[in-house]
Design a protein around this ligand. Structure first.
Ligand SMILES: [Zn+2]
Length: 618
């Protein structure tokens, strides 16, 4: 089951809230009153899985048979989702508890049992073929809710082998993760992290989390030191990282050939039936929008007090605006509720219901999972949100983001049968970034000073850069490296740095004198684990483009815009994600949404520059 994580994990907070009230903890008892009840439900799942074997070879017998088997499948999958959500959230609450870990393990076992029990389901539906499936669907109207589920299976016929072939493919899956496993160990644990001495005398061992903390250093010499030491270390392992990434790309190419697709990009997009034009348009439009990104870097340089043309790659992380403004939880909740008012009463009241009924575990605690996420798969219960709230504006923004996910799950679970409730990643980040846009609008409207306005604008600007342009840049690199390997080329670590460096320099406007990139930093590709996920990150960029256009329409009060948006977040996975977003009025295969997000970024910069101008006049 899926949980949606924040794109940028935040640095683990060391400050633990002293003010946690019982109502600031979530109530997992809404799922199960006790671990004993969980175990009883687990036993029920196991017996359902055993009974499901009776469906094997019988799916095409009659419409009635198909219906009863799919009903059983949906029912035990829903049960499993609840069991899994409970166990994983209990573990997230206290990662140090041995009992919690044991329960999470038990949930994993149940997951494996479920996989095993359903292994015949998709191949058998595929073998029935479209004509037979259509006939069965016609025969029994109550099968209609499974139409999308089965269509998504039978459409794969052209990319499926015979039984023997599929058996061979399946047996290779056992060995396919070797390169990524080696990568993870080296990149997260075994890399001999360098140590630097910062200007305040502090000695810092630069592992991944220390890097994300210290790259934001106010002192410019410190930032440079951190970059040089950190990337210097990655550079020493450039050849090894080249091998682990290339082996993963080659694995993808093999699957592309086996599955009879012309290229890996096409195969990956076809998983969600996304038109290739979505990907191509994203890259084309973000390249056209580079003057906006360059404007941002120039503005950043000015705000950091750098001379024109002095901006370096190590200057992109320190916060544009530092602020001591505090946002206690109750105030933050009120802010977010006020911000989402344009979505109407139903949306606002669903969110306040969640705020009031302990759907969220709010504050950091020792041994609690870091970052923020939303778990929305407990279908008959309600979504759960995990935060590590710490009273700053970033936390308010994260609150709006995660509750955007939560409302997406809430509305989809309410409107769809379980089988169609789980939405695709391609739509997920629309609901979260949409709320960030509403929060910005609300915060700006109510800001009491230019300093406060700058805080909101600066934060929005960083989000837009990190979620749109940076992910689009990654998407372009990913497209290019897959294409090369699909064509049989071999990519060494050095070659990967060369390709990445070219894109990095273009995005950062090195030729235009915007940001200078040291050769050493072009090994950054090695640090991005997403390149092992095969065409994943572009969905952050397409989502924020879609939500920019949708939020603009709702905020302008365009007739029908709110209703279309609410329909989208109530649609779950009832259709292919591109079509769902298109029905909401956003065609991600056209330039319009990408132009909307770029225009949004320009508007934010216009406002910042207006404040700058006001200040200079004084
Ligand atoms: Zn998210």
């Amino acid at each position: 089951m899926r949980t949606f994580l924040l794109l940028v994990p935040f640095v683990a907070s060391t400050a633990f809230a002293a003010t946690e009230r019982p109502e600031d903890r979530w109530n997992l008892a809404d799922m199960y009153p006790s671990v004993k009840a969980w175990q009883e439900d687990g036993a029920k799942l196991e017996s359902q899985l055993k009974a499901f074997a009776g469906c094997r070879g019988k799916l095409g017998e009659s419409a009635r048979r198909l219906k009863s088997c799919l009903d059983a499948y949906a029912d035990f999958t829903k049960r499993y989702a609840r069991l899994e959500t409970y166990a994983s959230q209990l573990h997230a609450e206290d990662t140090g508890s041995a009992e919690n870990l044991e329960l999470a393990d038990k949930a994993r076992q149940l997951g494996a049992q479920r996989e095993e029990a359903i292994s015949f389901l998709k191949p058998e539906i595929l073998r029935l073929g479209r004509t037979r499936v259509e006939a069965l669907l016609k025969e029994d109207k109550s099968l209609a809710m499974y139409r999308h589920y089965v269509d998504d299976i039978v459409r794969m016929a052209a990319h499926t082998l015979d039984t023997k072939g599929e058996g061979i493919v399946a047996s290779f899956e056992l060995s396919e993760g070797a390169a990524y496993s080696a990568y993870k160990i080296l990149a997260n644990a075994e890399l001999p992290w360098p140590t630097v001495k910062l200007s305040d005398g502090q000695e810092v061992r630069l592992d991944q989390s220390a890097y994300t903390e210290h790259r934001e250093a106010r002192n410019r010499e410190d930032r440079k030191k951190v970059f040089d030491a950190f990337w210097g270390k990655w550079k020493e392992f450039e050849r090894t990282f080249g091998v682990t990434l290339q082996e993963t790309l080659k694995k993808d190419t093999v699957y592309t050939r086996v599955r009879k697709y012309p290229d890996t990009l096409g195969r990956s997009l076809d998983r969600e039936r996304l038109p290739p034009a979505v990907y191509e348009t994203l890259i084309a439009e973000s390249n056209k929008g580079l003057p906006t990104l360059h404007r941002y870097f120039r503005l950043r340089g000015r705000m950091l007090g750098l001379e024109k043309g002095e901006m370096r790659y190590y200057d992109i992380y320190p916060p544009l605006v530092s602020s001591s403004l505090k946002y206690p939880l109750d105030q933050a909740k009120t802010m977010v509720l006020e911000a989402v008012k344009p979505l109407g009463e139903r949306y606002v009241s669903a969110m306040s219901k969640g705020f009031e009924n302990r759907w969220m575990d709010t504050y950091p605690r020792p041994r609690k999972q870091s970052g923020a996420h939303m778990a929305g798969s407990a279908y008959d219960v309600h979504p759960y949100v995990l935060m590590n709230y710490n009273d700053n504006y970033e936390s308010v923004s994260t609150l709006a983001h995660e509750w955007g996910h939560a409302m997406h799950s809430y509305f989809s679970n309410a409107a769809q049968p379980f089988i169609n409730s789980d939405y695709a990643t391609f739509v997920a980040e629309i609901a979260s970034t949409f709320n960030e846009a509403l929060l910005l609008e609300h915060a700006l409207k109510n800001a009491k000073s230019d300093d406060e306005r700058l805080l909101y604008l600066g934060s929005a600007l960083e989000n837009l850069r990190g979620t749109f342009f940076r992910q689009a840049m990654f998407a372009e690199f990913e497209r290019d490296i897959h294409a090369r390997v699909d064509q049989g080329e071999s990519l060494s670590g050095k070659r990967l740095s060369g390709m990445y460096g070219e894109i990095l320099r273009r995005y950062h406007g090195e030729r235009e004198g915007v940001v200078k990139i040291d050769e050493l930093y072009t090994v950054e590709w090695a640090y991005i684990p997403h390149f092992y996920y095969t065409f994943y990150v572009f969905q952050y960029a397409t989502s924020i483009a879609a939500s920019s256009l949708l939020a603009d329409a709702v905020l302008k009060g365009e007739p029908g815009a709110r209703e279309r948006y609410l329909k989208l977040i109530s649609a779950g996975g009832s259709d292919y994600p591109y079509d769902l977003v298109k029905a909401a009025g956003v065609d991600l295969a056209t330039p319009t949404p990408y132009q909307a997000v770029i225009a949004r970024m320009n508007r934010v910069m216009d406002e910042i520059e207006a404040i700058e101008a006001r200040r200079n006049r004084r």
